[in-house]
Design a binder for this molecule. Structure first.
Ligand SMILES: [Zn+2]
Length: 141
């Protein structure tokens, strides 16, 4: 399961709402204890998708490497990637699956009419053919 602490959660929601009606994306950093992941830091990254960003996001690989280095410098792990779905549910799309990495948690935030609505975390399998829902908790308000 994955638990997101108050500060990173607030940053993720603010980032997703500010990017609306476009998708936003970022990295989640924290600690891992067996299957329990705790996100202690969120790092907003640029969506560099060339076409419309309303239903697409793309990270720069070097940004992800930088996030990984930053995490390790703090003796933490890069736990996963978050992105938003403007006016769409927090499901894991075919494109999301195709662009995923099986060793990360993928948190999707659904933003409806500019406001946070709900979120899910997804764990893609190694073949990137399906993603399993991961238990996700975040602080209320
Ligand atoms: Zn998506």
């Amino acid at each position: 399961m994955i638990n997101i602490e108050r500060n990173p959660w607030r940053e993720m929601v603010n980032h997703a709402q500010a990017a609306y009606p476009n998708e936003c994306c970022g990295a989640m950093i924290g600690s891992v204890d067996g299957d329990n992941k705790t996100v202690t830091c969120a790092l907003a990254l640029d969506n560099v998708s060339q076409g419309s960003q309303r239903a697409r996001y793309e990270l720069r690989p070097e940004d992800l490497l930088r996030a990984d280095r930053e995490a390790r410098a703090q003796k933490l792990d890069l736990i996963g990637i978050y992105h938003s779905h403007p006016d769409c549910g927090a499901y894991f799309s075919e494109t999301d699956l195709k662009n995923s990495c099986p060793w990360y948690s993928f948190v999707v935030l659904s933003i409806q009419n500019g406001k946070f609505d709900h979120a899910n975390s997804w764990l893609p399998n190694a073949e990137q053919t399906q993603a399993e829902k991961e238990e996700l908790t975040w602080p209320e308000s």
